[in-house]
Design a protein around this ligand. Structure first.
Ligand code: C2E
Ligand code: CA
Ligand code: CA
Length: 442
């Protein structure tokens, strides 16, 4: 059979698995032989494969794909066919249409795939996400089933990685909404429907507001408030994040300067940077210009970067980092601990601040692992001379635990959600006044 596969170009060279063409013919044949049968197509995609490839090299990337292929093959006879259809994408065909049995199976597959792989003495754990589509409910042939499984896969990725989703008819509606948003976002930007909100950041020792994180809001005239996780992805996909980011940096600098002049103290304002801005934009010139126009002290502007930006060792990223550093602006790493945290980039890029990801903060009183991670990040940050801030702080008990461990700053609903610029100013002034009042009575 292997011979036959090769001859008819039905085989994927890297892994030796059947390819997309093979599966297309197989599924369509099976359906035409017996249209009353039930089939399930599962679409797997490796999480963050690009990062793995970029950081560990293509040779290791290929070796990982071959290992995954072997693991999927080893699932037979629980699954009927396994194919690799491109890059890091695999398909599994199951001769069964029972949703609960399929869910059990896919869950087991995700666990099995996650078991550590050993390369050159390294232990590596790779996860995949899965989208599931069933015949005949979700498609009448291979192409329509694949499209449905792909839509479900997108949903699974949005739900957080290392998870799976069944196709639902409403997902098509969501796709339409995505396209709709894309066409409207440009106009919205021009019509000033985008706003910047500011979430206070508080010093854990003095309880004073020391800064704010700028968060985008889209106030849509008919859809209402559209959350950032819906439109940031759209803005990144369409490249619109670059002009939006350029506008944002001016807005943020002007606002920070105004607060400074209003006597709110030396508040620093942090702004989120997308990887797309790093790759495509001329971020350094934009930031330099915004600082110059507003007259803001560069130390009061902070850029929040993600680990995925720093792990890209491209010349352009490195030059941008050095350019920003030379301007004297602060640099922090957002969602620290969720990506490929690497000691070498901390040293190389002289980052000023680590932001502990919300998931660890939220779990730190219930999960010993989360608590250990939080403490490790605080120790790591301090030994590099960095400030450490915890985000997603919702409870006093968590704030107290963070303070005990020596975490410097905190941000979260316990203090306040993100506020309009005016409301933020009132929030800070109220806190200054009430601390002044309490000091007078002591
Ligand atoms: P992020 O940078 O991790 O921002 C923190 C998010 O957590 C914000 O959601 C914030 O409102 C929310 N949050 C803060 N405190 C708490 C808390 O105590 N509990 C809970 N449950 N949530 C809390 P938001 O504003 O919806 O932003 C979501 C994401 O959108 C941001 O995540 C960021 O990745 C992206 N984003 C927002 N504004 C911008 C922007 O201007 N540029 C770029 N590139 N991305 C942005
Ligand atoms: Ca952030
Ligand atoms: Ca964050």
């Amino acid at each position: 059979m292997a011979e036959e596969l090769r001859e008819s170009s039905f085989q994927d060279e890297l892994t030796g698995l059947p390819n997309r063409r093979y599966l297309l013919e197989h599924v369509n044949q099976a359906i035409s032989d017996d249209s009353g049968r039930h089939l399930t197509l599962v679409y797997f995609d490796v999480d963050n494969f690009k990062t793995i490839n970029d950081s560990l090299g293509h040779v290791t990337g290929d070796a990982i794909l071959r290992c995954l292929a072997q693991r999927l093959e080893a699932l037979k006879p629980s699954v009927d066919k396994v194919a690799r259809i491109s890059g890091d994408e695999f398909l599994v065909l199951v001769d069964d249409g029972d949703p609960s049995r399929i869910a059990q199976l896919v869950k087991r597959i995700l666990q099995f795939i996650q078991k550590p792989l050993v390369f050159d003495g390294y232990n590596l754990s790779v996860s995949v996400s899965a989208g599931i589509a069933r015949y005949p409910s979700h498609g009448h042939d291979f192409t329509s089933l694949l499209k449905a499984a792909d839509t479900a896969l997108t949903q699974a990725k949005q739900n957080g990685r290392n998870t799976w989703a069944f196709y639902e008819a409403t997902m098509g509606v969501r796709e339409l909404r995505f396209l709709h948003i894309q066409s409207e976002l440009r106009q919205a930007f021009e019509r000033n429907e985008l706003q910047v909100f500011y979430q206070p950041q508080v010093d854990l020792v003095t309880e004073e507001v020391v800064g704010a994180e700028a968060l985008l809001r889209w106030n849509h005239p008919t859809h209402g408030q559209i959350p950032p996780y819906e439109f940031i992805a759209v803005a990144e996909a369409s490249g619109l994040i670059v002009p939006i980011g350029n506008w944002l940096v001016k807005e943020v600098c002007t606002q920070a300067m105004a607060w400074n002049e209003a006597g709110l103290g030396n508040l620093s304002v942090a702004m989120n940077c997308s990887a797309v801005q790093f790759r495509q934009g001329n971020l350094v010139q934009q930031v330099r210009w915004a600082l110059y126009e507003s007259g803001l002290d560069p130390r009061l502007l902070e850029l929040e970067l993600t680990e995925s930006i720093l792990i890209e060792h491209s010349e352009h990223v490195i030059a941008t980092m050095h350019g920003l550093k030379a301007l004297g602006v602060g640099m922090s790493i957002d969602d620290f601990g969720t990506g490929y945290s690497s000691m070498s980039y901390l040293k190389r890029f002289a980052v000023d601040k680590l932001k502990i990801d919300q998931s660890f903060v939220r779990g730190m009183l219930t999960s010993p692992q989360d608590e250990a991670i939080v403490r490790a990040i605080i120790t790591l940050g301090h030994s590099f001379g960095m400030t450490v801030i915890a985000e997603g702080v919702e409870e006093i008990s968590i704030r107290d635990a963070l303070a005990t461990h020596g975490c410097n700053h905190a941000q979260g609903y316990l203090y306040s959600e993100a506020l309009s610029a005016t409301a933020f100013q009132v929030f800070v002034q109220d806190r200054i006044e009430s601390s002044f009042r309490s000091q007078r009575w002591v």
